[in-house]
Design a protein around this ligand. Structure first.
Ligand code: NOJ
Length: 731
């Protein structure tokens, strides 16, 4: 593209020509007054770029022509500052020269890849999550992006659903904390002054897909909708998130893309001022759902319900004009939607300078910096859960003379990144093998793959066994390849794939000094490893600094502090298994017997419960006190590091409301804090649960939540340190 001159009209529309205090709404209105119907509809039309498709491409259109006519308001999947500049230049050739918005699925980092969101959730560390989001935002902004399609806030109970990797795990309170941390991290302007729009998705209840099969129908009660799925979305609104994305599913017979109940809640009850984007093609898909008669009706239903932008279904661009002419969509409704889009463009400063995000020099200087990598290493280390550590195998006290590194994931760069690294395919992640060689330059390190991730071929076992026999230490890296969890990656069987578990057992036989690293996008089932492995670290997909984060833990430079963010089932038949379930009148009991809610053939308990995770040190809790004050419930204790290492303890407080207007879960996490103590150190710790956290949606709508409670301080949802009963009234 040649350099283009922005004509005078654009300047009269730009923020500079308006008095500073004049608000963006008024500015937007003055543009709307100049717009034709086609131009207005164009602002509500989002198209994909040609670099990557993250959904089925429906129409082969001449995008350049559409841009030049002002028929596109935003784009996704456009890579880098050069390309975004080029398309922006095309858009500015349109009559009113309104700049484009560029959105992107930056789910766990742009160029510097962070651990997947589920792993970040495992850190139970709000500032780590915020830091990761801030780095992702700075890198994306430098690459021409304005809008991140994150955070994904779908609280999930079914690990067969491949998208659990993108989300916050199974707890609505923690998910709300993550929502706040991510929105703040994404949307705070950096030193470059560039702001980002975040996007809370998928609104709502997408993770309830029946059978864990992606895009499937959801059957959700009002209580579950409000108590489980919606809290993090409300938290995002409170944190000032700029946008929401519809989910693909229906709720009570109405697809989210036209579910007025949801958008009334959003715009009216939560006072949300930003915009709502459909998911890819989701407006048109309402025809397939059997809700809309045709794509035209789908456009009418979506816009009238409150969906501002149509991503890639072409329903708005193809049909809104006729719908306005027929009076089925009022021009007022259309204008209100356009206004929401224009206001965001003002907020980002795009009317002042449409190219302010497109600076190749800044892009080059900002991506994958040492500082960003250091943050990624830190967050990755905080995301590793130690599930088992028998006989103190870890941390390693000295360099082993020889290490056998075994397994299909030990030296696979691409798999370290995991899914949803849309524009960062040239994998540069540090593998475990590389990091071990760097850490122990004098050790004899032999790598044997042993088997592939997902095959039945055991021909590599013998070499692995021999390598294991000869070595002082074995490091086994097993799990899922990067494309086994993610969108449209549901698995009906979430056992560790292929013959990997058999390989592990053979290796443990050969050498009991074996450390197993499990890398995946979801909780998997691996009962033989659980029983037989001497030590297990759950490493998820840790991103660019994966290998270094692992050696940080191995050597003891970092004491593991992450915890299970989503229950790990021990059997497929338990799914969904989650800690915050209701009690029933006949809860399961451990002993076989009559008429309890247990299985007769498998355990009813998860392999690893929510909140579980080990440390190199130990902690003692003393003097636990529970009291009420004007600002909420206070839980205090003296926490002491009684072991040999400095480290973090995750203090967890769960509540159980014993009886009332509606039944409530057996436990609900209501406060948590990572507390760092040096070895031998003790500290007074106090957590406050504001009374508003007790509110719940019951049979009669919202309830305050006063009444009789059990208050649990736990090492996990299953392991109680102490329990106190208290009546919480008069607040
Ligand atoms: C579909 C996914 O559901 C959504 O999360 C994503 O943002 C869009 N595609 C765009 O890639």
């Amino acid at each position: 593209m040649k350099k283009i001159i922005i004509p005078l009209l654009a300047l009269t529309l730009s923020g500079n020509t308006f008095a500073q205090q004049k608000d963006y709404g008024q500015k937007a209105d003055s543009i709307i007054a100049l717009m034709t119907l086609d131009e207005k509809i164009g602002q509500l039309n989002m198209l994909t770029g040609n670099w990557e498709a993250t959904g089925p491409v429906l129409q082969d259109v001449n995008k350049s022509e559409m841009l030049k006519k002002g028929l596109v308001g935003s784009m996704l999947n456009v890579k880098g500052s050069k390309n975004t500049r080029q398309l922006q230049e095309l858009a500015l050739q349109a009559r009113l020269h309104i700049p484009l918005l560029f959105g992107q699925d930056v789910i766990h980092g742009y160029r510097t890849v962070f651990p997947i969101p589920l792993a970040q959730a495992a850190s139970f560390d709000r500032s780590a999550v915020k830091d990761a989001a801030a780095v992702a935002a700075r890198e994306s902004a430098a690459a021409g992006i304005h809008w991140l399609f994150s955070p994904m806030l779908d609280v999930a109970r079914d690990p067969r659903w491949g998208r659990v990797m993108e989300g916050p795990g199974e707890d609505p309170y923690m998910a709300s904390e993550i929502a706040r941390a991510m929105v703040e991290g994404y949307q705070s302007a950096g030193p470059d002054g560039l702001k980002m729009m975040a996007c809370a998705k998928h609104f709502a209840a997408y993770s309830g897909a029946i059978g864990g099969r992606d895009y499937n129908t959801v059957d959700v009660s009002m209580q579950t909708l409000h108590n489980l799925y919606l809290p993090p979305f409300k938290a995002a609104a409170e944190a000032g998130v700029a946008s929401y994305m519809c989910s693909f599913n229906e709720i009570n017979g109405v697809p989210s893309s036209a579910n007025k109940y949801l958008y009334d809640l959003l715009y009216k009850d939560w006072n949300f001022k930003g915009l709502v984007v459909s998911d890819w093609g989701s407006i048109g898909e309402m025809v397939v759902h059997g809700y809309s008669k045709d794509r035209k009706m789908a456009a009418e239903q979506a816009l009238n319900a409150g969906v501002t932008i149509d991503m890639e279904s072409y329903c708005y661009i193809d049909h809104l004009k006729a719908l306005v002419a027929e009076g089925k969509v009022t021009e007022e409704t259309l204008n209100a939607a356009v206004r929401r889009v224009l206001i965001q463009k003002y907020e980002l400063g795009l009317f002042d300078d449409p190219f302010r995000y497109c600076d190749p020099k800044r892009e080059k200087a900002s991506l994958l910096t040492d500082e960003n990598r250091a943050t990624a290493r830190e967050v990755a280390g905080k995301s590793i859960i130690m599930l088992k550590n028998e006989a103190g195998l870890l941390p390693l006290r000295k360099a082993p003379a020889s290490i056998a590194v075994i397994g299909p994931l030990a030296d696979s760069k691409r798999d370290m990144d995991g899914n949803w690294v849309i524009l960062s395919h040239d994998a540069i992640a540090v593998t475990v093998l590389e990091a071990l060689k760097e850490e122990y330059p004098k050790s004899r390190i032999e790598y044997v793959k042993g088997c592939d991730v997902n095959s039945t071929d055991k021909s590599g076992f013998q070499a692995a066994i021999e390598a294991a026999r000869k070595a002082e230490l074995v490091v086994l890296a097993l799990g899922e390849t990067w494309d086994m969890s993610g969108e449209a990656k549901s698995r009906g069987d979430i056992h560790l794939p292929g013959v990997q578990e058999e390989l592990a057992q053979a290796v443990y036989q050969a050498n009991p000094r074996s450390l197993t690293l499990l890398m995946a996008g979801r909780p998997m089932i691996f009962n033989a490893i659980k029983e037989q492995a001497p030590a297990v670290l759950y490493c998820w997909w840790l991103g660019t600094e994966a290998g270094h984060a692992v050696t940080d833990v191995l050597t003891g430079r970092r004491n593991p502090s992450a915890r299970v963010p989503m229950s790990f089932p021990s059997h497929l038949g338990q799914i969904p298994v989650y800690y915050n379930h209701k009690n029933s009148g006949r809860p399961p009991v451990d002993q076989a017997g009559n008429y309890s809610g247990r299985y007769i053939d498998i355990d009813y308990k998860p392999a690893y419960p929510f909140g579980y995770g080990l440390s190199y040190t130990t902690f003692a809790y003393d003097n636990i006190q529970v009291s009420t004050a004007s600002d909420g419930l206070h839980v205090s204790m003296t926490l002491r590091n009684t072991g040999d290492y400095d480290g973090n303890e995750l203090v967890q407080v769960y509540l159980q409301k014993l009886w009332g207007e509606s039944t409530r879960p057996v436990k609900e996490l209501k406060a948590y804090e990572q507390v760092f103590l040096k070895k031998g150190e003790s500290r007074q710790v106090e957590l406050t649960i504001p009374y508003k956290e007790l509110a719940y949606y019951g049979q009669n709508g919202w309830q305050k939540g006063d009444g009789d409670y059990k208050v649990y301080v736990g090492r996990s949802a299953a392991e109680v340190v102490d329990m106190k009963e208290i009546s919480i009234v008069n607040f």
